[in-house]
Design a protein around this ligand. Structure first.
Ligand code: FES
Length: 116
C-alpha cells in the first residue's frame, strides 16, 4: 500500500536543455539503473524511458542525441523509428503504433524534476 509519498529526482536545470534538445540520464546502481531521457519543446519537457519498443535497446548511439536532424521527432538511432515528441507514439519505422514509456516530469524552480 502506498503512503502517498513519491520520489523526486532533480535531473538538470531547465536552461541546460536547448529548445529541441535532449539529454539522457541513468538513475540508480549500474545494473538496475533506470535509463531515461528528456526532450524540450518550447517551454515544455517530456521524459521517456530509454528503451525502444522495437528491441528494448537504447535509442541513442551518441550520448544525449535522441532527436532527428530537424529536431521535430524523437528518433531511434538503431533502425530509425520516429516518435512523436509530445506523446512517445511511434509514427514511422519497425515499431509503428508502439509507444515509448512516458515518465512523469515537471519544471520547478528552473529545474527539471522526475517524480515517481
Ligand atoms: S531498435 Fe529502435 S527502431 Fe529498432
Amino acid at each position: 500500500m502506498s503512503d502517498g509519498s513519491s520520489e523526486r529526482h532533480v535531473l538538470c536545470r531547465f536552461d541546460e536543455l536547448a529548445d529541441g534538445g535532449s539529454k539522457g540520464f541513468a538513475l540508480g546502481a549500474e545494473a538496475t539503473a533506470l535509463t531515461l531521457f528528456v526532450v524540450r519543446r518550447g517551454e515544455k519537457v517530456f521524459a521517456y524511458e530509454n528503451s525502444c519498443p522495437h528491441t528494448g535497446g537504447p535509442l541513442d548511439w551518441v550520448p544525449d542525441q535522441f532527436m532527428d536532424e530537424d529536431k521535430t521527432h524523437i528518433m531511434c538511432a538503431t533502425h530509425g523509428a520516429l516518435f512523436r515528441t509530445e506523446t512517445g507514439q511511434c509514427l514511422d519505422g519497425p515499431c509503428i503504433g508502439g509507444w515509448l514509456r512516458a515518465l512523469p516530469v515537471k519544471i520547478e524552480n528552473d529545474e527539471i524534476i522526475l517524480t515517481r
